[in-house]
Design a protein around this ligand. Structure first.
Ligand SMILES: [Zn+2]
Ligand SMILES: [Zn+2]
Length: 263
């Protein structure tokens, strides 16, 4: 683990001896290699300089993020359920306190992903909790560390348990997906990763090909993505930054946001 290299810009961890000159995830036009050039760090350095902050957002789920912020600065969610807990998306630091905390809440039965920007050091997490990693097959090419826990899934959705589903939406990546948990709010809660990006005004959900590079999707693709989202019952949306908690009227915000493409 200590020999692996972690991209400083996106947090993707490459196994020992396999890191390319430039990070494959960052070279893609949805991310970026900084003008100052590619740089790498390691899990050991991350553990020395950063910690994982765990914050309870709901009786049944926690957010976890790296402090001080590292790479993209996303959060992961620990969603607790009777049939088994799910880690939705990943953060590139796994330390002992975090492992102990998750174990105290019942461990993990699955790791699910919205898309490749958050694969991080997913195999370390899967090994620590001996659980499968669900990744949509459409994004297979972006897995830089295949590991033995990766379980590719196909089609529109993958049913987990207790009514939870991973639903493929597309847009940002062909395999972009959301986790839908029906019992966490009145109409259902959606953990969306980068499939939608809630603006700081909390009144707009952007659906884009690239968020850091501000690259749009074709209008017909936004319409298709919107149709997929409209078919899912939900009233709460949790995005990838810690402020992105839309706990009610999420469907109205989505509808108004999609209308901007039609007007
Ligand atoms: Zn990278
Ligand atoms: Zn992304």
């Amino acid at each position: 683990m200590s020999q692996s290299r972690v991209c400083v810009t996106c947090g993707t961890q490459y196994p020992s001896g396999t890191a390319p000159e430039l990070c494959k995830i960052c070279e893609d036009d949805r991310q970026y290699v900084p003008v100052t050039g590619q740089s790498w760090t390691s899990q050991d350095v991350l553990r020395r300089k950063h910690a994982v902050r765990v914050n309870r957002l709901h009786e049944k789920f926690y957010e976890m993020e790296i402090v001080p912020r590292f790479a993209i600065g996303q959060r992961a969610f620990l969603v607790m359920s009777e049939g088994g807990n799910v880690l939705w998306d990943c953060i590139p630091l796994l330390d002992e306190p975090t492992i102990e905390f998750i174990k105290s809440r019942g461990g993990l039965s699955a790791i699910g992903f919205s898309h490749p920007h958050y694969y991080s050091n997913m195999n370390d997490w899967a090994e620590a909790f001996d659980c499968p990693i669900y990744i949509h097959r459409a994004d297979e090419q972006w897995i830089v560390d295949r590991g033995k826990h990766v379980r590719l899934w196909d089609g529109d959705e993958e049913a987990l348990w207790d009514g939870m589903r991973i639903i493929n939406i597309g847009g940002h990546f062909p395999g972009s997906s959301v986790l839908h948990a029906p019992s966490l709010s009145q109409e259902g809660t959606m953990f969306c990763g980068d499939t939608m990006n809630l603006s700081p005004s909390m009144k707009h959900l952007a659906i884009m090909y690239s968020y850091p590079n501000l690259m749009p999707l074709p209008v017909h693709e936004v319409a298709r993505v919107g149709k997929r989202l409209e078919a899912i019952p939900f009233d709460a949306v949790y995005g990838f930054y810690s402020y992105q908690n839309l706990t009610d009227n999420a469907r109205d915000v989505l509808r108004e946001s999609l209308n901007r493409y039609r007007e």
